[in-house]
Structure formats: structure tokens, C-alpha cells
Design a protein around this ligand. Structure first.
Ligand code: PLP
Ligand code: COI
Length: 341
């Protein structure tokens, strides 16, 4: 397969149109067969449920070229299952999980020329999403839906790649207790835009959100979960009903324990214990593992001993092992790597 002429190593995390995307429509209580299409534009009713009441959710996963030249993706079954949870919470019809995984394979296969080469530092980001497409004016779920999936080659989410970033504690909340923080609803991201623009204007890379109920515990950032490393080498990661259950974080818990022999604690993390940690990182599909060097709490800085120059040593081991599994250099646990044929 001849690859597209793209400057892979200099890609940022942006959208570019690729050749094919998958579309399936839900009408009269059933999903149609679904097709791959060249059409990248959507025409919708002015009163579509997504436009009036934000009835939409999405997923994100990646495809990789392995060291031995195969094209693979990482744990797509978990994205299918998390999308099911999102749909159920938003009164949307579930797209069958087996068909979701088949659609991932079809989209990547049809856009194989855009899967970045091994070693380029880039990957193919796959974006499945669903929205209410029929008109809704009283507040209620739409009757018709569209499920779509496109892909786009991407580089690092944070400029500078593996360089430690600086985040600040947000004064606004991301997710209410008993709200929608645990699902991937578009509305969770709409309400974070003000904070991210403000953070960037003030020179910060991301926002740290605390629990909205007591502002005592660490939750997550706008697009990634946290991992912390203690001074004696344990991995600690926040537990809360209002954070998104990151697939990367769940995978790292296994990597830390089973591959690196570390102790893993998944528990509430108090904001006032952050100064005790040796390393901090953000983890997610887009973020992979991005080291955090500093957290700014209204002018007071929490500086991790790993510093602002490079990833801390334990974070680096986690990063190397996870990406080694994703790129086929290290044997993966059963079912984690799905080949695109
Ligand atoms: N938290 C939020 C709010 C996210 O948007 C994401 C991205 O998907 C994550 C965490 C990381 O999740 P995952 O590792 O499944 O990509
Ligand atoms: C992902 O990591 O896939 C996400 O959806 C995060 C988003 C902020 C880009």
C-alpha cells in the first residue's frame, strides 16, 4: 500500500479529510446496513436533536503501523462498550458493539494510505460519533440518529510531544456529581471550552478539574485522566464516578502491575497530597502519556521532582511499555491488539 505524501513527523493534533468514512442511520427503531462513503459533509434538519439539545456522543481510538509492518488498532471493543454507556445515558440507540469494531476495521482499511509509517511519531486517530438527526423542539430524545466514523492522521496532542507541560487548577467544574462526567458526551467538552481558551491565554497547557461537590479531590483534565507516581514507585490514579473511565488509564494499570511489577492504587486522590508525588502524567488516546512538570494553583506552584525538561523515569517506563505494546514491539495481553486485514 502506497502511503500518502504527508510530512508525518511534523503533524500536530489536527483534522485533515481522508478518503472514506462510515455512516449508518437509525430510523423506525433499527440501524440500516451502513456504508463507507466519500461524502465528508452532513446535511441536517435545522431542528435536529443534536443542534437544539446537544444530543451527541463520541469516541476516540488509534490505529498504528507495527514494527513488522502490520496495521493494528488498540482495544476497540472498549470504545464500543463505552459508547454504549454514553448512548444509554443520553437516550440514544446503541450501535451494536460488534458492528462498531467491524466499522473501525473497515474505516482503517479503506484509509490505509493515511496510517502513518512505523517510527514516524504519528498515528491514525479514529473518531466514531453519533447524533440525533430528526427534528426535536420539545425537550425529548430524537427519533432518528446517525452513527459516523472518520479518521485522520495526527501527531502529539500537546505541542512539544514528550516535554513536560504546565497545568492550572480550574475555578470552573467539568462534571457535576451524578452528572455526565463518566460518559463521552459532546456537552462535557462544550462546557470546557471557556476554561481551555482561558488557560491557553494565561500560558497553561490544560486545566486540572477538582471534584465539583467538595473541591477536595483530583478528577481529571479536559481530555485525559491523571496518573501519579509516589516517591517509592507506586502508581496512583484517581477514582471518581464523575471522571471518564480512560481506556489508556485502565491499560496502564495492567501494564504497571503485570509488566513492571508496580503496586497500583486506584483511589480518591486529595488535592492537598499532590506535593507528595514524584511524577505526574496525563493519559488518554490523544495524550498517550504526557508528563506534567508543574501544577499552578492560583499562583502557588506544585513542582514535581521530575522537572520541566523530561519525562520522569517511571512515567517513561510506562510510556515505553504501553507504546511498545501498541506498536508491536512488546507482546500484548490477549485481545488488546486488533489487526486490520
Ligand atoms: N478523560 C477525558 C475527559 C477524555 O476526553 C479522554 C479521551 O478520550 C480521556 C480521559 C482518555 O480516555 P481514553 O484513554 O479512553 O482515550
Ligand atoms: C481522546 O483522547 O481520544 C479524546 O477524545 C480526547 C480529546 C480531548 C481529543
Amino acid at each position: 500500500m502506497e502511503k500518502k505524501n504527508i510530512d508525518w513527523s511534523n503533524l500536530g493534533f489536527g483534522y485533515q479529510v481522508t478518503d472514506k468514512r462510515y455512516v449508518s442511520n437509525y430510523k423506525n427503531g433499527a440501524w440500516d446496513d451502513g456504508v463507507l462513503t466519500d461524502e465528508a459533509t452532513i446535511t441536517l434538519s435545522e431542528c435536529a436533536g443534536v443542534l437544539q439539545y446537544a444530543q451527541t456522543c463520541f469516541e476516540g481510538l488509534k490505529a498504528y503501523t507495527t514494527e513488522d509492518g502490520r496495521t493494528v488498532c488498540f482495544r476497540p471493543d472498549l470504545n464500543a462498550s463505552r459508547m454504549k454507556d454514553s448512548c444509554e445515558r443520553l437516550e440514544m440507540p446503541v450501535f451494536p458493539e460488534d458492528r462498531f469494531v467491524e466499522a473501525v476495521k473497515a474505516v482503517v482499511h479503506a484509509n490505509e494510505a493515511y496510517v502513518p509509517p512505523y517510527g514516524s511519531g504519528a498515528t491514525l486517530y479514529i473518531r466514531p460519533y453519533m447524533f440525533g438527526s430528526s427534528p426535536v423542539i420539545g425537550v425529548k430524545p430524537a427519533e432518528e440518529y446517525q452513527f459516523r466514523m472518520f479518521c485522520t492522521p495526527v501527531g502529539p496532542y500537546f505541542k512539544g510531544g514528550a516535554k513536560p507541560i504546565t497545568i492550572r487548577v480550574s475555578d470552573y467544574d467539568r462534571a457535576a456529581p451524578h452528572g455526565t462526567g463518566h460518559i463521552k458526551a459532546g456537552l462535557n467538552y462544550a462546557m470546557s471550552l471557556y476554561q481551555i481558551v482561558d488557560a491557553h491565554e494565561k500560558g497553561f497547557d490544560e486545566n486540572m478539574y477538582l471534584d465539583a461537590g467538595s473541591r477536595t479531590y483530583v478528577e481529571e483534565t479536559g481530555g485525559a485522566n491523571f496518573i501519579f507516581i509516589t516517591k517509592d514507585g507506586k502508581m496512583v490514579t484517581p477514582k471518581s464516578d464523575s471522571i471518564l473511565p480512560s481506556i489508556t488509564r485502565r491499560s496502564l494499570m495492567v501494564v504497571a502491575e503485570k509488566y513492571l511489577g508496580m503496586t497500583v492504587e486506584h483511589r480518591q486522590v486529595r488535592f492537598d497530597e499532590l506535593g507528595d508525588f514524584a511524577e505526574c502524567g496525563l493519559c488518554g488516546t490523544a495524550a498517550v502519556i504526557s508528563p506534567v512538570g508543574k501544577i499552578n494553583d492560583h499562583g502557588r506552584e506544585i513542582c514535581f521532582p521530575s522537572g520541566m525538561d523530561e519525562m520522569g523515569p517511571v512515567t517513561k517506563k510506562l510510556y515505553d511499555t504501553l507504546t511498545g505494546i501498541q506498536m508491536g514491539r512488546i507482546e500484548a495481553p490477549e485481545g488488546w491488539i486488533v489487526e486490520i486485514d
